[in-house]
Design a binder for this molecule. Sequence first.
Ligand code: URP
Ligand code: ZN
Ligand code: ZN
Length: 460
Amino acid sequence: MSLLIRNGLLVEHDGRRKADIYCEDETITKVGNQLEAPAGATVVDAKEMYVFPGFIDPHVHIHLPFMGTFAKDTHASGSKAALIGGTTTFIEMCCPNRTMDLIDGYEEWKSLASGNASCDYAFHMSVPKWEDDKTESQLDAIVGDGTSSFKIFLAYKDFFGVYDDELFKILTYAAKHGVITTAHTENAELVAQMQARLLAEGKTEPKYHEMSRPDYVEASGVNHFATFLQLTGAKGYVVHLSNAKALAAAMKARYQGVALGVEVVIPHLILNKSYAEQPSFESAKYIMSPPLRTKADNEALWNALASGLVDTVATDHAPFDFVGQKEMGKDDFTLIPNGIPAIEDRINLLYTYGVSRGDLTLERFVEVGSTNAAKFFGLYPRKGTLRVGSDADLVVFDPKKKGSFSVKTQSMNIDYNGFEGMERDGMPTLVSVRGEVQVKDGAFVGEAGRGKMIRRETLV
Ligand code: URP
Ligand code: ZN
Ligand code: ZN
């Protein structure tokens, strides 16, 4: 299996150059000018196109039993949608709840992904509790299996959420073993109290979701998480940071020496809370946590992204149909399954509204869409770069292929698109994973189920 891509503009996080790129078997083996390919090689002309390292989505939910239902994508459908959108590796939140055994959960997620995912993948292991007699040895087994990042929730009380004593033990373990811990930082108790108060006042519509979890509750959660990181010496990463106050809290922690990465997600960059405040129940399509915020928050996140304060752009893909699932919260906003899916649209939205119509350079686009996630989570330089020796995960991107986002054309297994009708400036025309062409001209053409679990080292 060999693949030669000629005449493209190769863009990495630290520069760009016009060159050919040649891949043999699963690996990039040559980068240079006027490269020749042996007979039988696949040769692609990428004139006037960009060639990017495969994009990495560091926060997705595929299998997700949550809020009385299941997220709609399977590993088969979600991974194909990812690939069509230029994402060649995703990191899935492996999310057993507090009642489940950690190892049973881990094995369940692994077996669902194995043989079904068509892109490469890894897991962040959610640790929803600490049991003195067994959690440590269970985590030893999981980390030893190459899952070297954790997830904790301060939100979702009594389901995914951890208590403070448990958090301290988890982070103490993480610090000792060189594991990075990702965190959803909304304070569960404050959210639960606010939800109860709003419902008691008869405020049941989707528009009250944001009011039940204001920006400063998320910001105080960032402070809380950072305090635990400081005390334990663990390395942390705030997921789906949504607003300027939470950003300020993260920066304050960072300036005080806390090792803290920051992720934003596509809905918080592109959409604002007016979508969730429409008078009709359609607004339920725009319910996620943390909620959509103000336009000023959108702007703060874009600025932070361009200036280097934010490290990664993920999706937090969590697809729930409008019909039958979001509708579960018709009379009570707290029952609307949370999530605005975007696994297929992340890179096209980031390119269109960040690069083409915004301030992101092509290099920064690659850095926040791919390279930084690889560096934070132990995938670099295997992924996230176009170096000789790296996996041949390539995205040939044609900036001239314009279009729009729509449920009518998407592959994601869900009955709406949160970005319906928005314009798109360009798209991936070819996507390879470890040398195999998986997507051509917007369609999946490759080998289904070929994705591999990428095992990762710890930081120490
Ligand atoms: O609304 C969201 N974010 N749904 C998925 C679960 C989570 O909190 O990441
Ligand atoms: Zn979350
Ligand atoms: Zn999430």
